[in-house]
Ligand binder design. Structure first.
Ligand code: NAP
Length: 644
């Protein structure tokens, strides 16, 4: 076992036969990259075996079975030598070799910028990819005198606490729930699971032996609970306590937070800085449909699932076909007598055969034992599910049919995904016509699918209704065409009030200005993190930091917290109380982001989604590459801030 916390692989003691068995499960391009580490022989990836980039097709990148066997035979020799030699840490390859490895795995020629990014992100040189260099060199007393309050103990809040703790900066979390986990604690609907690959949806410093490629809600919740316990975070959390007001005091440069406990008592907490880690998808959105209150059966929102409501033998109506309904409809169809799904806009589906599959034993072994295998697998996932897809969802202004696709590559994607749905609905053309979206691929989040959603909609006891809802009655739903649908239970899969960042907290900055008034329904922040007039208030998962193609939000949070640590470092270095983002920097940045979003499939004018606010502006999404966000948030530029 390596001593470096970022090199988590275990020594190999398994027999040749056991290694052979595990290699059967190998992702061959990843294996080849690991072999370059182990042998130092870069010619292994310069030969005739080369994967091609194929986002929804063959995961082995078109490498023939015969060639895969050749690689496995070579890997056995290499791993045997490594094992018999006592498993020494392989030397780190040079930049040029890393570039070749990156190009090999992606099947493309990437810019040299990716090399620096990957050397760090994959911790190839053993460094902490999201540490803030220089912070620990500042006097411990100065660090120890700077107190931070974090709002929320979900994925970002836990991360912020871990990083502050490592930096010797006192922190406290205020959490409205009785446990950690945030969205993974609150969303308990049947079928809830992560739709970003788990090997990217995990903290860089806490890789996990995930049981599935896309694990279920309980596994995710257990992961965040375990990480919080491992780092001793729970002791610093005020559970069952909600921040209802945060006020910046200009005289002291401090924040004062009014918190309310579930028992009703109030208290004022004071800190030098506040990190909001409240998430974007936190407050359920109930639609405003006439007669909604009149329904006499059980009615609940997907994020507040009523587990006491037994659906067995019941007639159920579901409103919405977003990411949540997409996951729970196939499960409840197994219990209910009858399910009617009201669809306003159909989702695009990305074919993911392994969506519900367990990770086989051999793959676990490779991830846990072969040096660098897990890191390159993480990168391959990162490329295949996020970064590599970006060019296919970017607008080509010269492309004719902007309503249905935004570029030739986007149109190819449309054809590919349409063919996938057509095959699943070969025996149900009516369903197919309802299921194919009329907006470009990635206009909304693509939903992962192994075929079961459309199979479910084909059941005799499941009905997809595209007629708009006119009203809700005591016994069901009436559509605009006048047809009635009766139900015992009404489930709202209608999403979240994502545009109301930090709501319902009252946040007051310099001059007593209220954050919601200031935003006026159009939230913006510099890098999604800082807002002019609100010094030392740092947002995690703030405006324009969401991603549509399924990269990992944990990646963003790690970048954000590294940046926040950089801001604190700046304050301590300069001996100042607070920093305030310059208005002009914020404005110029937001102009760039708006132009970027207008250039993406989700910015297309005919797409309506929770990514846009009432004014039609995309307030949620980051329009550029993940590399770009990583680079911009490495550390703050002092010129962007006014020091107070
Ligand atoms: P959502 O994507 O916002 O979907 C809400 C659905 O309700 C949409 O189909 C919407 O239709 C429909 N709707 C809203 N008001 C309606 C009305 N008055 N009449 C009829 N239909 C109505 O919400 P969500 O499914 O909860 O997902 C939200 C986000 O959470 C996702 O995009 C994703 O980022 C995240 N999420 C992630 C996972 C995961 O990782 N596994 C799982 C669930 C959610 P329109 O599309 O026409 O507005």
């Amino acid at each position: 076992m390596s001593n470096n916390p970022f090199d988590r692989w275990q020594s190999i003691s398994e027999s040749d036969a056991e290694i052979v068995a595990a290699l059967k499960e190998a992702h061959v391009p990843t294996l080849l990259a690991s072999l370059v580490h182990l042998t130092g022989d870069v010619t292994l990836i310069r030969g005739d075996i080369r994967p091609t980039s194929d986002f929804f097709g063959d995961p082995q990148g078109g490498i023939s079975e015969e060639d895969q066997d050749r690689v496995r035979a070579m890997a056995l020799d290499v791993l045997r030598t490594y094992r018999d030699g006592g498993c020494p840490r392989p030397p780190t390859p040079g930049d040029h070799t890393v570039q070749e490895m990156v190009d090999f795995i992606t099947g493309e020629t990437l810019s040299a910028d990716y090399v620096g990014f990957l050397i760090s992100e994959l911790s190839l040189r053993g460094e902490d990819p999201y540490g803030q260099p220089g912070l620990m060199e500042l006097p411990a007393a100065a660090r120890g005198a700077f107190k931070v309050i974090i709002i929320g103990a979900g994925m970002s809040g836990i991360l912020a606490a871990i990083r502050l703790q490592e930096a010797g900066i006192p922190w406290q979390i205020v959490e409205k729930n009785s446990d950690v986990g945030g969205t993974w604690l609150e969303n308990t609907y049947p079928g809830c699971r992560v739709d970003s690959p788990n090997h990217t949806y995990s903290y860089s410093f806490e890789p996990n032996d995930w049981p599935q490629h896309f694990s279920d809600q309980q596994t995710l919740l257990n992961y965040f609970r375990r990480v919080a316990d491992t780092y001793g975070i729970r002791e610093g959390i005020r559970f069952n306590t909600e921040v209802d007001q945060a006020v910046f005091d200009e005289a002291s440069g401090n924040w004062r937070l009014r918190v309310k406990t579930s028992g009703g008592s109030e208290e004022i907490l004071e800190s030098n800085a506040v990190i909001s880690a409240v998430g974007q998808l936190n407050r359920p959105r109930w639609p405003d449909i006439p007669g909604q209150e009149s329904f006499q059966g059980a009615a609940f929102h997907s994020a507040q699932w009523d587990h006491d409501c037994d659906l067995t033998g019941k007639r159920v109506i579901v409103i919405g076909t977003g990411a949540s309904a997409f996951q729970f409809v196939p499960v409840i169809a197994e219990q209910a007598a009858d399910v009617t799904v009201f669809q306003r806009t159909p989702p695009w589906m990305s074919p993911t055969p392994e969506y519900f599959q367990e990770i086989p034993a051999g793959k676990h072994w490779l991830l846990n034992h072969v040096p660098y295998y897990a890191k390159w697998f993480r990168f391959w996932m990162f490329w295949r599910t996020a970064e590599g897809l970006l060019s296919s969802v970017t607008k080509d202004p010269s492309w004719n049919d902007q309503e249905r696709s935004v570029s030739e590559a986007n149109d190819e994607l449309r054809q590919l995904l349409t063919a996938y749905m057509a095959e699943l609905c070969a025996d149900d053309q009516d369903l197919l016509s309802k299921a194919i979206p009329d907006y470009p691929v990635a206009g909304k989040r693509m939903l992962r699918d192994d075929g079961r959603y459309l199979q479910t909609l084909k059941r005799d006891d499941v009905h997809l209704v595209t007629d708009r809802i006119r009203e809700i009655t005591p016994t069901g739903v009436v559509t605009e065409s006048g047809r009635s649908y009766e139900a015992d239970v009404l489930i709202y899969g209608t999403g979240f009030q994502a545009n109301r960042f930090l709501w319902p907290m009252k946040v007051k900055g310099r001059g007593g200005i209220d954050l919601q008034t200031h935003w006026d329904g159009d939230p913006r922040a510099y890098l999604g993190i800082t807002v002019p007039g609100f010094p030392n208030l740092f947002l995690c998962y703030g405006p324009n930091t969401n991603i549509v193609v399924n990269g990992s939000i944990i990646f963003f949070s790690e970048c954000e917290i590294r940046y926040v640590l950089g801001c604190i470092k700046l304050l301590l270095q300069e001996g100042r109380a607070a920093l305030d983002c310059k208005e002009e920097v914020h404005e110029a940045y937001n102009r760039q982001v708006d132009a970027g979003n207008a250039n993406m499939a989700w910015g297309a004018p005919n797409v309506s989604s929770w990514y846009k606010n009432e004014k039609g502006r995309v307030t949620q999404n980051w329009p550029f590459s993940l590399l770009e966000y990583w680079t911009r948030t490495r550390e703050p530029d002092p010129a962007d801030y006014r020091m107070l």
